[in-house]
Write a protein that binds this ligand. Structure first.
Ligand SMILES: NC(=O)c1ccc[n+]([C@@H]2O[C@H](COP(=O)([O-])OP(=O)(O)OC[C@H]3O[C@@H](n4cnc5c(N)ncnc54)[C@H](OP(=O)(O)O)[C@@H]3O)[C@@H](O)[C@H]2O)c1
Length: 280
């Protein structure tokens, strides 16, 4: 689908906003003269203008004037200020797409005094076009706008539409924060390799290719992960010795509890609780 001619404004061009902008240009969803980047950082805007030839602005209200799509890509602590700036300025037909963690459809809708909104949760592999984005739309979003949103989200990875907004908080915990769990696991494995005596660069190479190969093998085989794990677990062997300690240390429960904590935090953020007590 080529939606050239649609004007897309991106508010907040940090890690995610600039990755989304790059994906939109790379996929030719619209022409660079129809893309507007708005941010507080003049230096960042200057780079985006030089690299992609997009229009850049530091005034959010001016940036959204006449836009078909407005993408909100600021941090959760800055969304209040952006909503205040834009309140009442969008025509009913403008599609707003938010990637802000915890910002609910109700909050976005009342803050903007606007009904046509899609809430999404992408993740950082979006920066290389390998993200996964879960999204849901308000009733005011038309079929045509949903198709446009799909093509924008596909510009930086895979997209999954859900009907209930609660799935957005679940996705925040599972896939939104997910890369951090994977990196922590990789870091722990690399450190264990160094503990065994490998030079760090060798340990890193072994771990990275093990993770990449395991994912690709899993994708090829399409079997249950437990079956694939059993296939590497010989009776009385090395893998079972390691798995015994992982299970004894509560590996699965730790992961499950951690993801539940992320889910609770996403719900809290949605209720405006910016300060978190991890021991509550
Ligand atoms: N990073 C992730 O893994 C991830 C994954 C999924 C979803 N998200 C969501 O993506 C959003 C953006 O995250 P990020 O990591 O890309 O943040 P980021 O790198 O900090 O980018 C946000 C940009 O917005 C700018 N900004 C702040 N206030 C603004 C305003 N009033 N108007 C215009 N621009 C403003 C920031 O400038 P300053 O630097 O001066 O503040 C910064 O350049 C967050 O809401 C997060 O929940 C992130």
């Amino acid at each position: 689908m080529n939606d050239s001619g649609k004007t897309i404004t991106i508010i907040g061009t940090g890690n995610m906003g600039s990755a989304i902008l790059a994906g939109i240009i790379r996929q030719g969803l619209t022409t660079p003269d129809h893309v507007r980047a708005a941010d507080k950082h003049e230096g960042r805007l200057h780079d985006l203008s030089n690299t992609y030839g997009v229009t850049t602005l530091t005034d959010n209200r001016a940036a959204v004037a006449g836009a078909d799509v407005v993408m909100l890509c600021v941090k959760p602590q800055h969304i209040g200020a952006v909503l205040q700036e834009l309140e009442g300025s969008l025509p009913a037909s403008t599609l707003v797409i938010s990637i802000v963690a915890g910002a609910t459809l109700a909050r976005l809708s009342s803050g903007l005094r606007h009904g046509c909104i899609i809430r999404t949760m992408p993740n950082t592999p979006a920066q290389i076009g390998q993200g996964i984005t879960v999204w849901t739309a308000t009733d005011a979003v038309s079929e045509e706008q949903m198709a446009l949103a799909r093509s924008i989200l596909q510009a930086f990875g895979v997209e999954v539409q859900v009907q209930e907004e609660n799935f957005l908080d679940m996705a925040t915990a599972l896939s939104g924060s997910g890369p951090a769990y994977v990196y922590l696991f990789m870091e722990a494995m690399i450190d264990a390799g160094v503990h065994l005596g490998f030079p760090r660069n060798v340990a890193e190479q072994l771990v990275v290719q093990t993770v990449r190969g395991s994912v690709e093998y899993f994708d090829t085989m399409k079997e249950h992960p437990a079956k694939m794990r059993n296939d590497v677990t010989s009776p009385g062997g090395t893998t079972t010795a390691a798995l015994y300690y992982l299970e004894k240390a509560g590996f699965r429960t730790a992961i499950s509890r951690a993801i539940w904590a992320a889910y609770e935090r996403s719900v809290e953020l949605g209720q405006g609780k910016m300060v978190h007590n991890p021991e509550k």
